[in-house]
Ligand binder design. Structure first.
Ligand code: UDP
Length: 231
């Protein structure tokens, strides 16, 4: 794989703290991504926002406004992780689908591919730019747009199971499963909108746990122990 989109869930960025950032976790991600970049892989990153805010569970305020706050949370996440990456020796650029003044660059496919060509790790912050969507959907959309070979899905859990392993200790992890089966069985590796996009545009996914030491590098090197989602 020469070009990948790595989706980091917001919770995964928070480590054990569950909210905000865990610097050690983010440094671990940076160290691994640097290894991929040094090996010539082009890497784009989408972060979730759940470590700060989730529109759908915000309660009293209007959903559109709640989702705008959620999208801004992902901008904060990307600015933070991007700067950790710079500290680790990489060049980066953060793109958003809406104008954030001098903080980010407005997304276009051409600008994103140019940045990748310059050896930068690029970040897609702000999701799709629209309420009622998720960063899962934003991630698949951008992976398709930049013609990534696959989407790497780094989660707090180490793959896709037939039931919730926190509730059912006998839950079985899939080594490989088709996206159609993920949809039919409502396994929700990514939400339904994102799953349908993957199906329609044939975007494979590799799902794995971010907590496991070196899991991003392993995913790219063939010693992968998560779940491969085929299309
Ligand atoms: N969000 C949005 N549109 C997008 C992407 C994200 O409105 O295209 C908002 C939404 O409120 C979401 C929050 O940003 O809850 C954080 O994104 P994430 O996908 O991490 O949310 P989660 O799936 O954890 O709710």
């Amino acid at each position: 794989m020469k070009r990948v989109l790595l989706k980091l869930s917001g919770e995964a960025l928070a480590g054990d703290k569950k909210s905000g950032f865990d610097e050690a976790t983010c440094m671990g991600v940076a160290r691994q991504v640097k290894q991929l970049v040094d090996d010539g892989v082009q890497v784009a990153i989408v972060t979730g926002g759940g470590n700060f805010w989730r529109g759908r569970t915000s309660g009293t305020i209007d959903r559109v406004k709640a989702d705008q706050i959620g999208m801004l949370a992902t901008v904060m996440n990307c600015i933070y992780v991007s700067d950790i990456f710079r500290y680790a020796g990489m060049k980066t650029e953060v793109f958003t689908p809406f104008v954030c003044g001098a903080f980010t660059t407005l997304f276009s496919k051409d600008a994103a591919l140019d940045a990748l060509g310059e050896g930068k790790v690029i970040f897609f912050a702000g999701g799709t730019g629209h309420p009622y969507f998720s960063t899962d959907t934003g991630a698949v959309l951008r992976a398709i747009e930049i013609e990534a070979d696959a989407m790497l899905l780094a989660k707090a859990i180490d793959g896709i199971y037939d039931s919730d392993p926190k509730v059912n200790p006998a839950a079985k992890k899939y080594d490989e499963i088709s996206i159609q089966e993920v949809i039919d069985k409502k396994l929700m590796a990514v939400d339904l909108t994102a799953s349908i996009l993957c199906l329609e545009h044939k975007m494979p996914m590799l799902v794995f746990g971010l907590n496991k030491e070196n899991s991003i590098v392993e995913t790219m090197s063939g010693t992968f122990t998560g779940t491969k989602v085929t299309v």
